[in-house]
Design a protein around this ligand. Structure first.
Ligand code: AMP
Length: 277
């Protein structure tokens, strides 16, 4: 496996590969990332993984400086997974002096994470546009855990006529239901015990829907109750949206509605979601 840090070097390495499945990450890899890698391996001649903590997708008050990093360990894990190349550029390689282009997104990018983290999806869209242009993969793999990001990326490739096929892979969870996240490593022991309440709240909403409850405000309140019972009161949002638009639509939830949570546990902000089928 090759570790490449410059655009020129990764382009050269990519040219020698056939169909490429690309897995963009911010590193500090866990089983969730590796599940995307395994799917990409099964569906392409070769896999390229990027490891880049993209500064422009973090707000000024967010956790860029404390975002966990472990490049050497990540590279060793990816080697074991049969990845062809890792692209781990530094910030100046992707955003050299003189870089001025910005993106602006509405629609699916406007609600939820778009409201809570202004500029976040613009930063995500910029780095992915660059990485898709540099690596030119056939397919790119994203986790359902970041459901709104998946919708934003699908919209992005459509809007800019990118030929990259976007694949959404299922959320990988710990045995207690907590969705795998690099940020889990920053939870205190006590908060780690509380964190599965996000999953339980989502399951509770799903069970209520299965039992015939379709009122959005009732279901959203039910999710909040599960979180609050566990002492999780710093709730950014607990919402049920139309998965096509990521906006709420009236009091009766649409078929295939999606429940989404963003909750702060100390300094750590966790997100999760579940289709209400
Ligand atoms: P990140 O490093 O957090 O930017 O994530 C890189 C990619 O891995 C994104 O497409 C995420 O949606 C995906 N991912 C993160 N956590 C999980 C998980 N628990 N299950 C599946 N995919 C995940």
């Amino acid at each position: 496996m090759e570790l490449r840090t410059t655009i020129q070097a990764i382009r050269q390495a990519r040219a020698a590969l056939g169909t490429v499945g690309f897995v963009p990450t911010m590193g500090f890899l866990h089983e969730g990332h590796l599940s995307l890698v395994r799917q990409a391996r099964a569906e392409n001649d070769a896999v390229i993984v990027s490891i880049f903590v993209n500064p422009i997708q973090f707000g000024s008050a967010e956790d860029l400086s404390t975002y966990p990093r472990a490049l050497e360990r990540d590279v060793a894990l990816l080697q074991q997974e049969g990845v062809a190349c890792v692209f781990a550029p530094d910030v100046a390689e992707l955003y050299p002096e003189g870089f001025v282009t910005q993106m602006s997104l509405g629609g699916v990018a406007a609600a939820l994470e778009g409201t809570s983290r202004p500029g976040h999806f613009a930063g995500v869209a910029m780095v992915l546009t660059k990485l898709f242009n540099i690596i030119q993969p056939q397919r790119a793999y994203f986790g359902q855990k970041d459901a709104q990001q998946c919708a934003v990326v699908r919209r992005l490739v459509e809007d800019v006529n990118s030929p990259v096929e976007i694949i959404t892979a299922p959320t990988w969870r710990e045995a207690d239901g907590l969705a795998g996240s690099s940020r889990n490593s920053r939870l205190t022991e006590e908060d780690r015990k509380r964190a599965p309440a996000l999953y339980r709240a989502l399951c509770h909403a799903r069970d209520c829907v299965r039992a015939g409850e379709h009122r959005r405000t009732v279901l959203e309140a039910a999710m909040r109750s599960v979180l609050e019972a566990e002492g999780l009161t710093d709730i950014d949002y607990a919402m049920i949206v139309n998965p096509e638009t990521f906006h709420t639509e009236g009091e009766i939830i649409p078929p295939h509605a999606l429940a989404l949570l963003a909750v702060r546990l100390g300094a750590v902000r966790l997100i999760d979601n579940m289709p209400l089928l």
